[in-house]
Ligand binder design. Structure first.
Ligand SMILES: [Ca+2]
Ligand SMILES: [Ca+2]
Length: 387
């Protein structure tokens, strides 16, 4: 009798989280009884408990993603026309700029937006290693998206772009720019929660920001035991999302973005349907769709990073350089890491000396480097070429 009461309460909690978005089409989550019984902790203990619940999933292989998308990503919420739901082309409040018929419009070659859909790693595969399984084929964070937009997003982190009016051109060399559904590509701006990074980012529509955030939160939990290794070996631009730890996982700027988006854009009926469909295939679930409150229970609330603490205005010049690299920043730097393209830290300069409002690094060997510049509260990575 006692057990029945507990389960009833659990069901009520789940329904409360989901009812806002699920009420329109009666979608309900089908979390197996007891699935989260061992998720009893808070903080990083909870994150590890979730890891243990979801870690042994059934890898269906890279081609298996095409099959999974047949049940996980069909439009039953917007036009309800059974076309592929692509977060990079779906228009949740109007007519889609183009649609993809499942299977028929699978990539394939494309030259422009609307050509075909392929497989988008929301955590780029360049971060964890090309074609490394099972990450490579994990549908919980690998989404069907337009091939062209997938290419534009490249291995940029997700972030917040200022106002744009220009459509992205063929090579998206005219950034900032927007895709046909209004997703944006451009420099990350300080929107009040995203300070601390000035590089190129991809910004999904507001309606899909939470969906994307919960993909990355899943990644942080499912691959907890490999996060340190990924970070150590990765040279992906997406490395700035992470901090190299297995518990905190994300750099503060990107944790702020993910936690804010998780709250701003609550779990939708689409995500619930998707989570259930992937569970049927992979035998593991995204805990942050079933329990979006887990994110706060693990990481707390976003820490404010004021613009004055941010490295948004940092500049590195000349680039390419023949000898001396200069760095200017309105925020004092605590550390400069010189990192090779293979991810090896060549040199770490702690408390670098400021002269004439400039930090200078000389005698760098010829080659291509990353400079990771860290202040007390944030860091930014810049590419430099010494020739
Ligand atoms: Ca649609
Ligand atoms: Ca959403």
């Amino acid at each position: 009798m006692k057990r029945i009461i507990i389960l009833s309460l659990l069901s009520f909690t789940i329904f409360s989280n989901a009812q806002q978005s699920a009420k329109n089409d009666n979608t309900t989550m089908s979390i197996p009884a007891g699935y989260y019984n061992s998720a009893t902790g808070t903080g990083y203990a909870l994150k590890t408990q979730l890891f243990n619940i979801i870690k042994n999933h059934n890898d269906r292989g890279y081609s298996g993603l095409w099959t999974t998308y047949g049940t996980s990503d069909r439009d039953h919420q917007y036009e309800n026309d059974d076309t592929v739901v692509d977060l990079y082309s779906e228009n949740p409040t109007g007519t889609d700029p183009y649609t993809f018929i499942y299977n028929t419009n699978q990539c394939g070659a494309y030259t422009s937006e609307g050509g075909c859909y392929n497989r988008e790693h929301t955590v780029p595969q360049s971060y964890f290693g090309s074609q490394v399984q099972p990450m490579y084929s994990d549908a919980h964070f690998v989404l069907p998206t337009d091939g062209k937009v997938n290419g534009w997003r490249d291995d940029h982190p997700y972030g917040v772009v200022g106002a744009t009016t220009n459509p992205c051109n063929v090579g998206a060399t005219n950034t900032p720019c927007n895709t046909l559904n209004g997703s944006k590509l451009g420099s990350n701006v300080n929107s009040g929660y995203s300070a601390g990074y000035s590089g190129t980012v991809f910004e999904p529509l507001d309606a899909f920001k939470g969906d994307i955030a919960r993909c990355l939160l899943y990644f942080a939990s499912r691959y907890e035991d490999q996060l340190v290794n990924f970070y150590t070996t990765s040279v992906s631009e997406a490395k700035v999302i992470f901090d190299g730890s297995s518990d905190h996982t994300f750099s503060q700027t990107f944790l702020n973005i993910l936690l804010t988006w998780n709250t701003q854009d609550p779990v939708s009926a689409r995500e619930i349907e998707r989570n259930d469909a992937i569970y049927a295939r992979q035998n593991n679930r995204n805990p942050f769709i079933d329990h979006p409150e887990y994110a706060t229970a693990i990481w707390g609330l976003p820490l404010s990073i004021s613009a004055s603490d941010s490295l948004a205005d940092v500049s590195v010049y000349p680039n390419p350089s023949s000898d001396l690299v200069n760095i200017t920043s309105s925020v004092s730097l605590d550390k400069i890491d010189i990192i090779t393209i293979n991810g090896q830290v060549l040199q770490q300069i702690k408390n670098p000396i400021l002269e004439n409002n400039t930090y200078s690094i000389s005698n760098l060997p010829k080659g291509f480097y990353f400079l990771k510049l860290s202040s007390a509260s944030s860091s930014v990575t810049k590419k430099v070429l010494v020739n």
